[in-house]
Design a protein around this ligand. Structure first.
Ligand code: ZN
Length: 118
């Protein structure tokens, strides 16, 4: 009776341990599947107003292509976007530089010859 009781407890602990491991595996699999995100999650879009002709242009960038990881400690963010935008109406060159945090929230931005709209 006592032996069965002990092995019962041990197998209960084992099941619990494996239960946790299985949950971890499920989490990893879930992570893999959420890795195949839709294009919307891979893209960021901004509205930039041209200073010369006041035309508002929408800019779409790919997170993986246009946005670089910041390695320097003196820079204000985790990611940086540097982009030259040519206004399609007046060919004004707008220089855009934006710093983001890990969640792609804008921390600071600079826009020459234009204005970044919210
Ligand atoms: Zn313009």
């Amino acid at each position: 009776m006592i032996r069965i009781g002990i092995s019962g407890i041990i197998s209960y602990i084992l099941i619990n341990k494996y239960g946790v491991i299985i949950l971890k595996i499920l989490e990893i699999i879930k992570g893999l599947f959420s890795g195949s995100k839709s294009d919307k999650d891979k893209m960021l879009s901004f509205k930039v107003k041209c200073k010369k002709c006041s035309n508002t242009n929408e800019i779409k960038v790919l997170k993986t292509y246009d946005i670089a990881t910041v390695y320097e400690d003196d820079q204000p963010g985790n990611y940086r976007l540097k982009k030259y935008v040519v206004c399609p109406d007046c060919y004004n060159k707008i220089h855009l530089e934006i710093f983001f945090d890990k969640r792609y929230k804008i921390l600071s931005s600079e826009c020459n010859n234009g204005e970044l709209l919210d």
